[in-house]
Design a protein around this ligand. Structure first.
Ligand SMILES: NC(=O)c1ccc[n+]([C@@H]2O[C@H](COP(=O)([O-])OP(=O)(O)OC[C@H]3O[C@@H](n4cnc5c(N)ncnc54)[C@H](OP(=O)(O)O)[C@@H]3O)[C@@H](O)[C@H]2O)c1
Length: 247
């Protein structure tokens, strides 16, 4: 039995990854604040395991509590492979340095960086099944985008965590792997948030509005299929993979 833990499986890319993994017979453990009832239905149709854990990933205490229950479940199920998709992410606060709301800044760091690091830490400590951790990153990790200093910084952080943890696993002789995957621009709620930001807060507003108008945002199904294709190949731990190389 294979299981996939997916944060932010309730919508957007996370939901598409869940649908794709279930179509391949992989059971899903969904972690998010809200529920997507469609996923449990698809799991029943595909006769695969499904569990929903409600968790606000910006709260370290809540994360600890939820993941201690989740690791107990993994120990009971003892799957041959566990995929961990650290997918949940937020773009806010959008604004230039000097104008950032601190509560939003802290939330961004928690959801985009601290939660994936804590989840990886807990699971690497507690899970004995073969594990592949996939951190969903962004092109913004590698280039500055004015108005996105929080997002660029936390995504750059997750890339460096990925590379460092991979080296540590290799040194320890572990068979677990950890990679980052950059999905490119997709037609999700996150892009809606970006398009609704103020021009003075986000320098490239028109460019992103054009992405939508000209149909340049990929659908999440295409991206999830590309990611699943990557997982069928020999993957190199520590590497940042880019969606365009798999489409
Ligand atoms: N869309 C793009 O163009 C794009 C481009 C590059 C990279 N990415 C990355 O792709 C990933 C998925 O993004 P998306 O576009 O699919 O975003 P989305 O449609 O806005 O979905 C975000 C997901 O994250 C979850 N989430 C947000 N805050 C959370 C919290 N505090 N606790 C728990 N879950 C939380 C949401 O679930 P709940 O609301 O149910 O909690 C939701 O399922 C992100 O890591 C993003 O940075 C997106």
């Amino acid at each position: 039995m294979k299981l996939a833990i997916i944060t932010g499986a309730s919508k957007g890319l996370g939901a598409a990854i869940a649908r794709r993994m279930m179509s391949e017979g992989t059971g899903i453990i969904s972690v998010s604040r809200t529920e997507n009832p469609e996923l449990a239905k698809i799991a029943a149709e595909n006769n695969v395991f499904f569990a929903q854990y409600f968790c606000n990933l910006s709260s370290p205490d809540e994360l600890e509590t939820v993941f201690s229950k989740l690791t107990a479940l993994l120990q009971e199920k003892n799957p041959e492979t566990v995929y961990v998709f650290n997918n949940a992410g937020i773009i806010d606060p959008i604004g230039t340095a000097g104008n950032l709301n601190h509560a939003a800044l802290i939330q961004n760091a928690h959801v985009n960086l601290i939660a994936p690091m804590m989840i990886s830490n807990i699971l690497l400590r507690e899970v004995s099944s073969e594990m592949i951790i996939i951190n969903i990153t962004s092109g913004a990790a590698e280039r500055p985008i004015q108005g996105w200093s929080a997002y660029c910084s936390t995504k750059a952080g997750i890339n460096m965590f990925t590379e460092t943890a991979a080296l540590e696993l290799q040194t320890a002789g572990s068979s677990h792997k950890i990679i980052a995957f950059s999905p490119g621009v997709m037609d999700t709620d996150m892009q809606g948030t970006i398009r609704s930001s103020a021009k003075e807060a986000f320098h490239d507003l028109e460019k992103f509005q054009e992405y939508k108008e000209k149909g340049m945002l990929r659908d999440t199904e295409t991206v999830a299929n590309a990611l699943a294709g990557l997982l069928h190949k020999e993957i190199e731990s520590g590497k940042v993979y880019y969606v365009n190389d798999f489409i």
